[in-house]
Design a protein around this ligand. Structure first.
Ligand SMILES: Cc1cc2nc3c(=O)[nH]c(=O)nc-3n(C[C@H](O)[C@H](O)[C@H](O)COP(=O)(O)O)c2cc1C
Length: 188
């Protein structure tokens, strides 16, 4: 394989969910590059029915935590059985949180936002940055009575939050990557 082609594939294969970050900011140029790659993702009818809310300040992150509450019900509800994740109330120490929302009236909007999210994670890895999606800061967040009122602070009118992603320079790397299943392909 051509070394340049291999480098692209290696980048995708080395992306990992980073759960500890260095306490240093991410350059605006790199954030712009990550968002630009997101905007190049495929989307149903090319409607690009996504929106990215980029939080880079401590105040912004605190506002999001306040909106969500200390340990929301949906965190317990959505965590897989036996999960030992702590509620990530410090966003794993990440300097940046990106909330990805979508227009629910667009065709297959969730698929588009997740293609955009995948692009962002791979681009971030190529730029030496780590990422991790956070289930707890996803679509259920603004659906309770107390939190619904806060939604407009973060998400454009008519949009729904799909998922949030933390991003920054990795402080630590997993000793071992999670295993990948082999029996997920059929050839006809
Ligand atoms: C939609 C989605 C939600 C996720 N939510 C969380 C989360 O709330 N907390 C967490 O620590 N990791 C979360 N992850 C990361 C997964 O646990 C991780 O992708 C998986 O274990 C595979 O590991 P890897 O990303 O390092 O390859 C999420 C990933 C996705 C795609």
């Amino acid at each position: 394989m051509d070394p340049k082609e291999k480098a692209v594939l290696d980048n995708m294969n080395t992306r990992f969910s980073c759960r500890r970050y260095k306490q240093i900011p991410v350059e605006k140029e790199k954030l712009d590059a990550v968002i630009d790659v997101a905007k190049h993702a495929a989307s149903g009818h090319n409607l690009q029915a996504w929106h990215f809310t980029v939080i880079t300040t401590e105040e912004g992150k605190k506002e999001l935590l306040d909106a969500v509450g200390p340990e929301p019900e949906q965190f317990k509800k959505l965590a897989p059985k036996g999960a030992t994740w702590p509620f990530p109330n410090d966003f794993f120490g990440a300097p940046v949180v990106i909330m990805i929302s979508y227009d629910p009236n667009a065709p297959w909007p969730e698929a588009g936002v997740f293609l955009a999210a995948g692009n962002m994670m791979n681009a971030a890895n190529a730029l030496g940055l780590g990422t991790c999606c956070l289930t707890v800061f996803s679509n259920d967040v603004f659906r309770t009575e107390e939190t619904a009122a806060k939604k407009a602070e973060f998400i454009p009118e008519g949009y729904e939050l799909y998922v949030s992603m933390v991003l920054g320079y990795p402080e630590s790397y997993p000793a071992k990557r999670p295993e990948r299943k082999d029996d997920v392909v059929s050839w006809l």
